[in-house]
Design a protein around this ligand. Structure first.
Ligand code: TPP
Ligand code: MG
Length: 374
């Protein structure tokens, strides 16, 4: 046996991402056709992308408000990432499955998942209150990158069953330096699992900037090491995100295996409502990023194409406001959890240490209740 046999039979140059990220819409809404990335959507579907982004932004803002009012313990905003999430999810069929991180309200809206039910996780009462099987949308994963393994495993199971679905794992730039996505992508590459790994590169992993996360030329280049194509697109351009994802999804469905997509975007809000980004990034950087707002650009495009007028714009805004109200009502009506439940599902047999913590919390709660009623 030769000592230097290559492991793969693929020409690496076919896996490389393009020199420039795929970009179809300019910030002023001008559309550039790209034969390699066709946008096969009719007018209603083009309007639907806008609707999903506007609803997403509205419910995202409302969720922040709910946290400020004490209705949620914490919330992770996706402000600025609407095009990445909506464009990606829109490229899937109904039967396909999404495996989200904790920031994927835009993907949830696109799949038709009940946004109010999603928020139960952030209220600390339940993992989520939605049925994952209804819209093929898995539970949020808080541990970074674990959902990449779920997506790869689920895709492999579907392949064994001859079920022609594709799974999509959303994760962040920071997650790409964790072990779980690495293992998931290695496995998916070897076994040609029908999974699309969708990285939203929002430039930050809490306070860690991208340049401290990787020395790779781009995150999309990592795909070559896994033997899968790497795609690189402007994640604030919903048409580019859609077209690139569509290509990866179609290929995966055809049996050719997984892909890695890097969508370049920006987390315009804090990491979560518990974070203060002024400690690690400048106001100037945030102002620059705001100029690439994905919704502004897409609205200009629709107006140029004659697909959106003032009436329709107002109708979409009203629909978004109604959805935010419905979500708020669901959370207002939801019970507050019993903090003591924290201890219920951790160990089969309590450790002594754990028992002491339980007593401390019980004492604190009793004191608090005493203060409230006094
Ligand atoms: C396994 C694990 N390690 C650390 C954390 C703490 N943590 C929460 S979010 C985060 C940063 C993730 O950044 P990125 O993957 O870029 O996703 P983003 O939050 O930017 O969407 C970290 C380290 C965690 N939740 N899980
Ligand atoms: Mg990030």
């Amino acid at each position: 046996m030769g000592a230097s046999q290559p492991a793969g039979d693929v020409d690496p140059s076919t896996l490389l991402p393009p020199a420039e990220p795929v970009h179809l819409l300019d910030p002023d809404g001008t559309y550039h056709e790209d034969p390699d990335h066709p946008v096969d959507l009719d007018d209603d579907q083009l309007r639907m992308l806008y609707r999903h982004m506007v609803v997403t932004r509205k419910v995202d803002r409302e969720a922040i408000n709910l946290q400020r009012q004490g209705q949620l313990g914490v919330y992770a905003s996706l402000l600025g990432q609407e095009a990445a999430q909506v464009g990606g999810a829109f490229a899937l069929s109904e039967e396909d499955w999404v495996f989200p991180s904790y920031r994927e309200m835009g993907a949830a809206v696109t799949r038709g998942v009940d946004t109010g039910k999603m928020l139960h996780l952030f209220r600390g009462t339940w993992l989520s209150d939605h049925d994952p099987y209804e819209h093929h949308f898995a539970l949020y994963s808080i541990p970074i990158g674990t959902q990449a393994l779920h997506a790869a495993g689920f895709a492999m199971g579907a392949k064994f069953d001859d079920n022609p679905i594709v799974t999509m794992a959303y994760f962040g730039d920071g997650a790409t330096s964790e072990g779980d996505p690495h293992e998931a992508m290695t496995f998916a590459g070897v076994f040609k699992a029908p999974v699309v790994f969708f990285v939203q590169n929002n430039q930050w992993a809490i306070s860690v900037p991208l340049d401290q996360q990787t020395a790779a030329p781009t995150l999309a280049h990592k795909a070559v090491g896994y033997g899968m194509p790497g795609h690189h697109c402007d994640g604030n351009d919903v048409l580019a995100t859609y077209a690139v994802t569509r290509k990866a999804v179609d290929r995966a469905r055809s049996g050719a295996g997984p892909a890695l997509i890097e969508a370049l975007t920006y987390r315009m809000e804090a990491h979560t409502t518990s974070d203060d980004p002024s400690r690690y990034r400048t106001r100037q950087e945030e102002e620059e990023a705001a100029k690439t707002d994905p919704i502004v650009r897409y609205k200009l495009f629709l107006e140029k194409e004659g697909l959106l007028d003032a009436d329709l714009g107002e109708q979409v805004e009203a629909e978004a406001a109604a959805e935010a109200t419905r979500m708020r009502d669901e959370i207002y009506e939801a019970p507050h959890g019993d903090p003591m439940e924290l201890f219920e599902h951790v160990y089969v047999d309590d450790t002594g240490h754990f028992e002491r913590q339980r007593e401390v919390l019980a004492t604190e709660l009793a004191a608090r209740d005493g203060e409230v009623s006094a």
